[in-house]
Every structure is written in C-alpha cells, then in structure tokens.
Design a protein around this ligand. Structure first.
Ligand code: SF4
Ligand code: SF4
Length: 375
C-alpha cells in the first residue's frame, strides 16, 4: 500500500512548531488514529551521544515535548525512551547524563518520571527475518501499546542517511549494537539487520525532526548543522526514508537498506507526498558516498575505477591527535576491539578495521576524521 508522507514547514522549535505538528497529524488522520485513551506511548527520539541540541545530532527536546503534549491531550501516557550509541554504557547513570546534556531534563522538568531509566531488555524471536532470528530490544519499548518514532534528519557515513528506519536501531540495548557491526561486516547484511529491527519494533507513527538537520559527515560530531525547516510524518518509516532521499537528491538504490527493502519486496518505494514540499539544494552528503552513475567523468570513475582500488582508497577512520582527549569512548565502541590508547591519543590497528565508523560516530570531540589513507 502506498503510504502518505506529510511535510510541513517549521522555521524554529518555538512558535512555528505546534502548528506544523498539528498540520502533519491532521494530514495523517489525527493523533486519535494512533493513540487511544489510556494507551502507554513510547516516544523514541534519536539520543545518539551526549550532545547539545544546537549540534543537530539528537532529536531536539522541544520537538519531542510537542509530540509528548499531543499524546497527553489524546489521553495517552507518554514516556521518552532510547538507548544511546555503543560508546556510552547503558546504565541509569549514563541515561541521567544523557537527558541532562541533550536538554531533555530541562524541557521535561515537570515530567521527570517520563524519561525512561529502565535498562531491562527482552529477547524477541523473529520469524522470517532477513538475517536475524532473534534480537534483544528495550523491554519498556516492547511493552508499550504504541511506539512513536522520532528520528532526526541526518546523514550517516555508513548508510548515507540516518532516517526513520535507522532510528529504530536504537531499540537494541547499549553495546549490543556493536555486535551486529562485527557480525555483519557487509553493509547490505547490516542493512538486513536494520530492517529486521525496524520490523520487529513496528513503530505506529514516525515524526521526523528536520528543522535543524545534519549534513556532511554525520551522524555525530563531524557533521554540520543545516537549517532545512521541515518536519515530516508517516505511518511507514520506509516511506519517509524514500521521501527524504528524493528531497536531498539521492536515488534510493544508493542507500543500502532501501535497496535491500525493494529487493526483498518489503516496499515498492512508492509514497504520496502532501504538504509544503521544500527544495533542499546542495545538501552535503558524507564523503564516504561516492555518487550516482551518470556519464560525467567523476561518476564513471566512482563506479568503475574506485571499486577496483577501494580497499586502498576507501575512507578509514583517522585520529586527529591534537583533538583527542583520551576518553576511551572509541575503544569501547569499536566492535573489532582494535583501538588502543597510547600516551598521546587513541590508535587504530588498520589491518583489522571493518570500516563500520562506530568510532567516528561516537567520539565526543570529533577527533576521528574519515580519510582515504593508503597503507
Ligand atoms: S579519539 Fe580520543 S577523544 Fe575521540 S573517542 Fe577516542 S579517545 Fe575519546
Ligand atoms: S576502528 Fe574500524 S572497526 Fe573499529 S570502530 Fe572504527 S571503523 Fe569500526
């Protein structure tokens, strides 16, 4: 079935946001279509790292709070839940720091008990999964009556976009996320795992924060905030990601998990757009993205020459020694356990690097760049 994707303009997180959310929800049939009186509603933002909302890495707390209020008005019982990236221990203490440093504690100061601190998990069997037979998921999320997915519009160095489907990967608790990078080194296999997790959690509604987005080398400190001034809504996370591709000028075939979804008949790639469709020009993609096929020389090089030498030329994580504060987060986040600490900075054993970019994603100082290093 072709799902609707609603897009509305919102120029800031203050005056224009409530009306934009109202309009998106109205386009989708109203909040009552998704939330009934008494429903326990899990709101799942992207809280990847300890980072201020101004850096556009996390879903803005004002965006989440606006949705929280809509759920309350509908008679639901909302709470906020996420598991941060693999470099951060998944403990009550870390979650408290996460809420504080991402601005959630302040914005939700009248509802402190609605910020989840329960770190329990539940193993879910997956019948007919693309690659997973079972997976651990945050228990409070699974126990909720309704899940509302609240992704941030961002680029991603591994999957090129970090959209609605990718956001649900945060439902896998803590450092367990890194295991799948290690198990599924090929990005298409990893994409199958992403789709399995999104499918098992089945968010009822997805609302995306694209007011201040992240372009360039996302999804974290090496990305650059960009005002795109939109919010999006859909029942279907895949439809939303197809729409995002179109908006920023990407072919879905270039996004590994969207291609896998089409190839496996999970989606036919169609969707209906409604609302204020913006033009987003020159959205900067991660440097790991090597372009689409056309007849220009750069594209032909990327398609035909680059793959032959990709083992030498593919971007590798490179520690910027002057920026490294030796915090050890990259050491914890590396699924292959190949990052060590010397007296000056973190150090990578490139011979075993699988280029998953978890270290680049998790470094709080933006001290891990991506470079084509010939070794
Ligand atoms: S590169 Fe340095 S600053 Fe960045 S996560 Fe590793 S140890 Fe911390
Ligand atoms: S060093 Fe390589 S394998 Fe380890 S996290 Fe970074 S990119 Fe992944």
């Amino acid at each position: 079935m072709t799902e609707l994707v609603s897009i509305r303009k919102a120029i800031d997180y203050e005056d224009s946001l409530p009306e934009a959310i109202d309009n998106v929800l109205r386009d989708l049939g109203g909040i009552e279509r998704f939330v009934k009186k008494g429903d326990i509603v899990a709101l799942k933002p992207n809280l990847l790292v300890f980072s201020s909302p101004s850096k556009a890495i996390v879903t803005n707390p004002h965006f989440t709070f606006e949705v929280f209020k809509k759920v309350l008005e509908a008679g639901g019982k909302p709470f906020v839940i996420d598991s941060p990236g693999s470099g951060i221990p998944f403990t009550k203490r870390s979650l408290n720091s996460l809420y504080r440093l991402t601005g959630y504690s302040e914005v939700f100061k009248d509802y402190p008990d609605c910020l989840n601190l329960d770190t329990s998990k539940k193993m879910v069997d997956i019948e007919n999964g693309l690659i997973l037979k079972s997976v651990n998921i945050l228990k409070p999320l699974l126990d909720a009556d309704v899940i509302i997915n609240l992704p941030k519009m961002k680029t991603h160095s591994l999957t090129f976009i970090s959209g609605a489907v990718k956001n649900m990967y945060g439902s896998v608790p803590g450092m367990e996320k890194t295991r799948y990078h290690s198990r599924f080194k090929d990005v298409h296999d990893f994409s199958r795992a992403l789709l399995d997790v999104s499918n098992v959690t089945k968010p009822n509604l997805t609302l995306m924060d694209g007011i201040l987005s992240l372009e360039g080398d996302g999804p974290a400190m090496r990305g650059v905030p960009r005002k795109t001034e939109i919010i999006l809504g859909s029942k279907d996370p895949l439809s939303m990601d197809f729409a995002i591709c179109k908006l920023i000028g990407l072919e879905y075939k270039e996004i590994p998990y969207l291609k896998v979804a089409i190839d496996n008949n999970i989606s036919d790639g169609t969707y209906n757009l409604k609302g204020d469709i913006p033009s987003i020009d020159n959205f900067v993609l991660p440097r790991t993205y090597h372009g689409k096929l056309s007849l220009d020389p750069v594209s032909l090089y990327n398609y035909f020459v680059f793959p032959i030498f990709s083992n030498f030329l593919i971007e590798k994580p490179k520690v910027i020694k002057q920026k490294c504060i030796r915090c050890g987060i990259c050491v914890r986040s590396c699924p292959e356990k190949i990052i060590t600490m010397d007296k000056i900075s973190a150090k990578i054993d490139y011979s075993k690097c699988i280029k998953c970019y978890c270290c680049h994603e998790q470094c709080p100082e933006g001290a891990i760049d991506l470079k084509r290093i010939i070794l």
